[in-house]
Design a protein around this ligand. Structure first.
Ligand SMILES: Nc1nc2c(ncn2[C@@H]2O[C@H](COP(=O)(O)OP(=O)(O)OP(=O)(O)O)[C@@H](O)[C@H]2O)c(=O)[nH]1
Length: 261
């Protein structure tokens, strides 16, 4: 059964820091943000989790497999190397949107994102050791069909970007509203969604919705495993199956497709 552990990563008091004592050079802020994301990706990825950059000042990580000590170590390591600190809220649930709601609540209760006195909050419970082996994550890796032929090789980069982003906007809203799944743009034409147990029909309905609303054609590979890396890796293989078979939805072999209840 899926039971997703999500961590909200929030830079403490970042807004005021960006303008104190004067507004800081934008490319310096972009450098800090992308390096911070790279460090998080390495830390969380080496523990088989996933992290998504979302707005950079706030990021979302799938942390099944990471315990409280791992979270503490991350905070300590960032505080030692960056001019900013991180607050972390942890939440778990079968439904990823509910898990994120819980994670967020822990951080928000401790104070505002722009509260100078709120630093390095670490709040919320990780999955109990006993639950870890029976708690799976479902990852759906979406990809635009022939993005290279339709967009990259034909349009300028900005017009390509508009098409891809419109597809992403349509998918992220649909999956969030219909299923509480959280979708993240990860570059190129790829979107990774953290989902509850969904069926082939439910994925197909999402793809049909995006085609009707944004005129963007997607395919998806789905994987389920005890951590994001394994689930996501299986999803990538399933996506390759879509390419070879010419299908739009494939589940990885190891994932058992649930029946609709
Ligand atoms: N983040 C991420 N990006 C990828 C991955 N695979 C491909 N990309 C990106 O997606 C772009 C397009 O590659 P593809 O999706 O393979 O190409 P395509 O033209 O859409 O062809 P088909 O997907 O086979 O229909 C690449 O330039 C990469 O930027 C991946 O596994 N992860």
């Amino acid at each position: 059964m899926t039971n997703t552990q999500l961590t909200l990563v929030q830079i403490d008091n970042y807004g005021p820091w960006t303008v104190t004592p004067d507004p800081r050079r934008e490319m310096d802020l972009q450098t800090l943000q992308s390096r911070l994301f790279a460090d998080l990706a390495q830390f969380v990825g080496s523990r088989d989790g996933y992290v998504f950059f979302t707005r950079f000042d706030n990021m979302v990580a799938v942390t099944n497999g990471l315990d409280r000590e791992d979270h503490k170590l991350l905070q300590e390591s960032i505080a030692n190397r960056y001019p900013v600190t991180l607050s972390l809220g942890i939440g778990t649930d079968r439904n990823p949107a509910v898990a994120l709601e819980r994670a967020t609540d822990h951080v928000q209760r401790a104070g505002s994102a722009q509260d100078g006195d709120r630093r390095e909050v670490l709040s919320g419970d990780t999955l109990a050791e006993a639950d870890r082996s029976s708690s799976d994550v479902q990852i759906a890796h979406f990809d635009v069909n022939d993005a290279t032929g339709k967009y990259t090789d034909r349009l300028n980069e900005f017009d390509t970007f508009i098409h891809i982003e419109q597809g992403y906007a349509s998918l992220m809203r649909y999956l969030r509203e219909e299923h509480g799944a959280l979708s993240f743009f990860v570059g190129g034409d790829n979107i990774i969604a953290v989902t509850p147990d969904l069926t082939t029909e439910q994925y197909r309905a999402a793809i049909d919705h995006v085609e009707a609303e944004a005129d963007v054609e997607l395919k998806v590979g789905v994987g389920t495993a005890s951590n994001a890396h394994e689930a996501g890796f299986a999803a990538k293989h399933a996506l390759e199956d879509c390419r070879h078979l010419g299908t739009t939805v494939e589940f990885a072999d190891a994932s058992v497709e649930p029946t609709t209840d």
